[in-house]
Design a protein around this ligand. Structure first.
Ligand code: FAD
Length: 293
């Protein structure tokens, strides 16, 4: 099923994101994660795509296929384009089609710092256009409630969303954020620029201090004081920190749902405990919103 049909049917979509194991790890590790996640029946699971080429990229196709064909859960394959030629993208599209994958999250990818860019694409919108012309996939795109680092400011970044929507993206997934006010401010701009596709809020429960500060640095997401205090208080007790992180994410999600968000995309970090606990905390709310449909 194409993801746009799920958004047509449901007021609130709930999805997971996972990543393939490192090239040095066995693919079996992800099978255990999937086995543990599959009975939660999210609306879809998306699988990230390594920007650097090689076997990690084949794993994305393999894992999206298992999610769809073994567990009967709709899957979305992430696909980056900044270092890819059209021929390389054609190969990936061929593989996805063979496995019956119908959904792609089209991404530019991070610009490599120390190598020349040899690809045929400049922006995610170029990839969206190309895939639209070369296959029957439903296409999603990304957006950044606090602005993408390459943009002059948030307003310019929001205006640029028009390009990928005009090229054919049917819904957007946000970068993670820890302060819902950043998301609401972003949504006001989205309205101002008449962006009308559904937008899923990306939420990542914190799992450890080092990871959270690294991700915040990479993504540019601000860490609110309230959050910082939790991290500082429990950094030496990983189990307590994990549960505090899940509680914080739950509070964020309840607030987002109460304010009418179109969907919640949970960055699971391949951690079934995090996914299950967060899921259990909010699933009755998700059902309540969708009940009358
Ligand atoms: P774009 O949409 O191309 O935007 C990049 C910049 O260009 C922005 O500043 C934007 O305002 C501007 N821009 C966009 N279109 C145009 C245009 N037509 N003309 C002028 N300016 C334009 N990375 C991976 O390597 N693998 C993954 O699996 C992955 N998954 C992700 C999932 C989510 C939900 C998110 C939020 C990010 C993910 N990323 C992933 C990271 C992503 O690749 C980086 O953030 C990257 O730097 C930007 O990709 P993009 O598709 O958002 O870029």
């Amino acid at each position: 099923m194409q993801i746009k049909e799920i958004f047509d049917k449901k007021k609130l979509v709930f999805s997971f994101e996972i990543f393939p194991p490192k090239a040095t790890s066995s693919i079996d590790t992800i099978y255990k994660t999937l086995e543990a996640l599959s009975d939660l029946r999210p609306d879809f699971i998306s699988v990230t795509y390594g920007a650097g080429g090689g076997s990690n990229q084949n794993k994305t196709t393999e894992i999206t296929s298992i999610i769809k064909n073994k567990y009967n859960i709709e899957s979305v394959a992430h696909l980056t384009c900044i270092s890819s030629t059209k021929n390389e993208i054609n190969e990936v599209l061929k593989g996805l089609k063979q496995e019956g994958i119908e959904n792609i999250l089209a991404l530019r990818g991070d610009i490599p710092l120390d190598e020349e860019i040899k690809g045929d694409f400049k922006h995610a919108s170029d990839l969206v256009k190309y895939v639209k012309d070369n296959g029957n996939f439903d296409l999603a795109g990304t957006c950044y409630p606090e602005g993408h680092m390459d943009s002059k400011n948030l307003e310019e970044d929001v205006k640029n969303l028009k390009y990928k929507i005009e090229a054919g993206v049917t819904h957007l997934i946000t970068q993670l954020f820890y302060d819902n006010n950043e998301f609401y401010n972003f949504m006001n701009l989205v309205k101002k620029y008449n962006i009308n596709v559904p937008i899923e809020a990306g939420i990542m429960p914190l799992t450890n201090k080092k990871q959270i500060y690294r991700i915040a640095e990479l993504s540019g997401s601000k860490i609110p004081d309230k959050y910082r205090k939790i991290v500082d208080k429990f950094e030496h007790d990983p189990d307590a920190l994990l549960d505090a992180g899940i509680a914080y994410a739950t509070e964020q999600i309840i607030d987002l749902i109460s304010n009418g968000v179109d969907g919640i995309h949970l960055y699971t970090m391949n951690n079934p405990y995090v996914a299950r606990k967060t899921h259990n905390n909010i699933i009755k709310l998700v059902h309540s919103i969708n009940r009358d449909l």
